[in-house]
Structures are given as C-alpha cells and as structure tokens.
Design a protein around this ligand. Structure first.
Ligand SMILES: Cc1cc2nc3c(=O)[nH]c(=O)nc-3n(C[C@H](O)[C@H](O)[C@H](O)COP(=O)(O)OP(=O)(O)OC[C@H]3O[C@@H](n4cnc5c(N)ncnc54)[C@H](O)[C@@H]3O)c2cc1C
Length: 281
C-alpha cells in the first residue's frame, strides 16, 4: 500500500515493537511514532524484561499456593522454556518462607534499556518518523492519519476513558542488576517508598547474601498498565465527518515485554482488516 499514513501513539516496548512490525508488513507506508515520553522515562525501561507469561494463579492467596503443587506450575511456559521442573527441596530452602512446592525455570531477558534505543534506531533507519508530542485525543491524530494505533499503556485510561485499566505500582532497587519489584494494585503513588525499598533489599539479601555489600545506585517507581484482559481491538470513531480508524494495543500489565511481539502481530492484522474495511464496526 503506498502513501498510507500510520500513527503509532506510544514509545514504550509495545509502541516501538508494533511500529517496527508495521514497517515490516507495510513496506511503503509512512509510519510515525508519537509520544510524550521516551526510553528512560517509560514504564518499559524499568521492566526486568523476563520472558515469563503470568498464569491464572495470580490472585490466589499465598496459603493455597504453598500447599498445592499444581498452583505453582506455570502451564504457559512449562513447554517452551529450556528448563522447567519442580524446585528441589534445597532450592525451596533458598527462598525465605517455608515453601512446600515451587517451580524452577530458565528463561531469557529483554533488557529495555538496550532494546528500546536499538528498536527506535532500526525504525528510524528504515524511514520511520518519531514525534515528541502529548496527545489529547486519538481522533485528533486520526484526522491526519489513515489509521492510528494506540499503544499508550496507562495513558489509555484517560484517552479512552477506560475504567478497566488500572495501575499496578512497581518499585525496584537498581544496582548493576535490578532487585524487586513490588506489585501494588490500583496504587497511583509515584513516590519512592523507603519501606518498599528496604523490604525488597531484605528479601533479595536473604536469597543472595552477597548482595549485602552491593550499593544501591537508584530506585525507580512506575505503574504497570494492567487490564483484564489486554485490549487489542479495532474501533471506528467519527470526527469532523471522517471515519477515524483506531487499533488499540494496551493494558499489558506486568507482561508487556513478554507479550509485545505477539500483540504487535495481532495489532498489525487488525490494521490490515480495518484498512480493508473488514471491520464489522
Ligand atoms: C518492576 C517491573 C518489572 C517488570 N518486569 C517485567 C518482566 O520481567 N517481563 C515482562 O514481560 N514485563 C515486565 N514488566 C511489565 C512491563 O514493564 C509493561 O508491561 C510494559 O512496559 C508496558 O509497556 P507499554 O509500552 O504499554 O507502556 P509504557 O512503557 O508506559 O509506554 C507508554 C507510552 O505511551 C506514551 N503515552 C501515553 N499517553 C500518551 C499521550 N496522551 N500522548 C502521547 N504519548 C502518550 C508514553 O509517553 C509512552 O511512550 C515489569 C514492570 C515493572 C513495573
């Protein structure tokens, strides 16, 4: 498709990954990323970056988790990571809390501090544009573009008036590695909490005593954009007599680094459908 103009709003791991995927699939399109925050200022930058999809055991209380072996299994990843097995008694002893069952697995890590600038550079060298701007409404963007892809994370709460989207506050302690973080549902508090920091250190030092000598270089707090379920969906709005075509891709909670490639593919498919007029909307 030539002369196609696509806007991707958001430059976190979801926006950048979706923009790069769009470039692959729409070779002649003019693609622009619009965002008010980039790289170190995004939630994505703070993510540990583990490939680790969550399972239905989130929400089950700790007592149940301790006594039922099937609840500590992660059925999403047990067949795809290199090593996945029940934790041995010795490994369980390493984790404070007298656990009866647990899982041991190896996985890979996508460090956003490296991935975001690398992917942005790849996007720009392939002809993509990046614009720093705060968006007040998606339809205002849609007046200038053929399709707008909404990857605004928690920003979508306000842009879409989406009450299902809630923050899960995460605080981490940074050494050369990242320690933490906590998960505080529906908390908007962006201040560093001294006690959260101390508790993270205490738990990590109990697990790896050599950390007692490690200096804290920084602490960060961000809000995970949690939505049950993630919203990857088409929408057509009307503004100034124009049909505004939007594809949403937000609400990845604590799993955005893991699920960015998959949801980007799905969003690209929806972009194709909405442009071809296959949208039932
Ligand atoms: C402590 C911690 C550890 C984590 N560890 C992992 C992990 O190990 N594995 C994993 O898969 N995930 C992890 N996550 C989750 C992951 O960080 C998030 O799921 C992911 O960052 C969400 O990405 P995003 O692009 O949707 O949001 P963001 O990174 O927040 O990006 C949103 C973008 O939208 C832009 N935006 C928003 N509103 C507007 C507006 N009105 N106008 C213009 N631009 C706008 C922002 O400027 C920004 O560029 C972790 C999160 C935390 C907090």
């Amino acid at each position: 498709m030539s002369n196609l103009k696509v806007a991707v709003v958001g430059a976190g791991v979801i926006g950048i990954t979706t923009a790069v995927e769009l470039q692959k699939q729409f070779r002649n399109a003019n693609i622009t990323i619009i965002a008010d925050k980039f790289n170190t200022s995004t939630t994505s930058y703070v993510a540990a970056g583990l490939f680790r999809p969550g399972t239905s055991f989130s929400g089950v209380n700790e007592d149940i988790t301790r006594v039922h072996p099937h609840i500590v299994r992660n059925h999403y990843i047990e067949k795809i990571v290199p090593i996945y097995r029940a934790a041995t008694e010795e490994e369980l002893k390493l984790c404070p809390g007298n656990w009866k069952y647990g899982s041991f697995f190896t996985t890979f890590l996508t460090q956003c501090s490296l991935y975001l600038p690398w992917a942005a550079e790849k996007f720009v060298s392939a002809g993509g544009n990046i614009v720093e701007q705060q968006i007040k409404s998606l339809s205002s963007v849609g007046l200038e573009y053929d399709v707008t892809v909404n990857c605004t994370g928690l920003g979508a709460k306000y842009l879409c008036n989406d009450h299902k989207l809630v923050p899960i506050r995460g605080q981490v302690v940074k050494h050369d590695i990242t320690l933490g973080g906590c998960r505080q549902y529906d908390s908007y508090d962006l201040n560093i909490n001294k006690y959260d920091g101390l508790s993270i250190r205490e738990r990590c030092e109990a697990l790896v005593p050599s950390l007692q000598n490690a200096k804290t270089v920084a602490q960060r707090v961000v809000l995970r954009p949690h939505r049950d379920t993630v919203r990857v969906e088409k929408e057509v709005q009307k503004a100034n007599g124009k049909r505004i075509k939007i594809v949403h891709n937000y609400g990845h909670g604590g799993y955005g680094v893991t699920t960015a490639p998959g949801t980007a593919l799905h969003a690209c498919q929806l972009v194709k459908e909405i442009l071809m007029g296959n949208s039932k909307l």
